[in-house]
Design a protein around this ligand. Structure first.
Ligand SMILES: N[C@@H](CCC(=O)N[C@@H](CS)C(=O)NCC(=O)O)C(=O)O
Length: 378
């Protein structure tokens, strides 16, 4: 059970100056942990995550595939709400680019794309939720970094969106470059790479800023539109998704600077390689399907067998790839059918025909000059 709380929180500016602010926190309960342990753990996430690492090692024993099968449901960590990536629709159904990955994994493992419990996580709570076992995987614009991989002891199984950090400002501010932001107040989500990149960028350009720390995208949007900060900075995809929900998106511009690399991808706990393989190859199946021309429109026909042996191995009419993964022959077929291939998922949720309007760019197939390159299905 999650609970939402307003919490008075002490923050610190990069120069170590303390200040207090109110934030809205969604608190996922941690299985089998009391409140004090939870608080302790959160603290350690912030401080360098020794406890998270310890817990990850404890909770990461093999067996997630079996746990998910026995439960009949995938516990998938997503954002608290970012339209296009993960947000409940008017009927309360989670929709989005990241949500589709959760559904694809559920379809592969459980044969049911709707057998997913979506667990909202913030930039701060996401790692605790995964390390503790509350979620089986995290599919939430999370950047693959050295320390999250090595120190926090998670395993990023791939990249589903190549991104970078950008800045959004009201047009009326009259600014055309991030380098003109000296002295600006900046809305920034805590527990993110965004926070760290921002400090690096301003420091290396010898300019100063005042952070307005917030915990969720909804809060950031609210604060930014209320004028509590001059600038909102986060992953460029998140800026586009946020701006698309504004009443007057045209009153806001994205500045030209992209100040970081943000390879976003799904992650699992270190050590459970069977489970890591399932999530990794489900993502690869969606990417390969696009490369191989398998779509939701032709998949039924193609599953019966084609003259392309790789398509046949992918869709299960030839070979034993499913068995090697501990699943059946149609696992990938079901994953692709759940929401379409990578290109279909992209176009439907965040592509140029949607209000979010993202171009494929780096997220195009390698055959189109992009970075998407699935290893072969053989
Ligand atoms: N990629 C960065 C930032 C991720 C992040 O928290 N992004 C925000 C803004 S796009 C978000 O997802 N917010 C959704 C939410 O508040 O739940 C990271 O991994 O640290």
């Amino acid at each position: 059970m999650n609970a939402t709380k307003l919490v008075r929180t002490k923050g610190e500016t990069p120069l170590g100056k303390p200040f207090w602010y109110l934030r809205c926190r969604i608190e996922p309960s941690l299985n089998g942990m009391d409140n004090q342990e939870e608080v302790k753990m959160k603290k350690s996430v912030i401080l360098g995550a020794a406890t998270v690492a310890g817990l990850a090692a404890g909770a990461a024993m093999a067996g997630t595939v079996d746990d998910v099968k026995a439960r009949g449901k995938l516990n998938c960590g997503v954002t608290t709400g970012l339209v296009g990536f993960a947000a409940p629709d008017a009927n309360g159904e989670w929709q989005g680019f990241d949500v589709s990955l959760c559904r694809a994994v559920a379809a592969a493992v459980l044969g049911d794309a709707s057998a997913v419990e979506f667990v909202p996580t913030t930039g701060k709570t996401r790692f605790t939720a995964l390390a503790s076992g509350e979620i089986d995987m995290l599919a939430r614009n999370t950047t693959w970094t050295f320390s999250r991989d090595v120190d926090l002891k998670f395993e990023f199984v791939g990249v589903n969106y190549y991104d970078g950090q950008g800045f959004m400002v009201p047009k009326a501010l009259g600014v055309s470059s991030a380098k003109e932001l000296d002295g600006a107040t900046v809305c920034i989500q805590t527990g993110t790479t965004t926070e760290l990149n921002l400090a690096d960028f301003f420091r290396s350009n010898n300019i100063s800023y005042e952070p307005v720390p917030i915990e969720t995208n909804a809060e950031a949007q609210q604060q930014y539109l209320a004028g509590a900060c001059d600038v909102y900075t986060t992953d460029a995809s998140g800026l586009a998704a946020t701006r698309a929900t504004f009443e007057n998106p045209g009153d806001h511009i994205l500045l030209p600077e992209i100040i970081s690399k943000e390879p976003l991808g799904p992650l699992v706990r270190h050590g459970d390689h069977e489970w890591g393989d399932v999530v990794r190859w489900t993502l690869n199946a969606l990417v390969s399907a696009e490369e191989l021309g398998v779509t939701s429109a032709n998949i039924d026909e193609m599953s019966a067998g084609t003259d392309n042996p790789e398509v046949n191995r992918l869709l299960g009419s030839e070979g034993t790839l499913g068995e090697m993964l501990g699943l059946d022959a149609q696992w990938a077929m079901r994953a692709i059918k759940a929401g379409g291939n990578y290109g279909e998922v992209f176009a439907k949720n965040i592509g140029e025909e949607t209000p979010i309007g993202l171009a494929r760019g780096l997220n195009g197939q390698w055959t189109d000059g992009g970075l998407l390159y699935s290893p072969p299905f053989r």
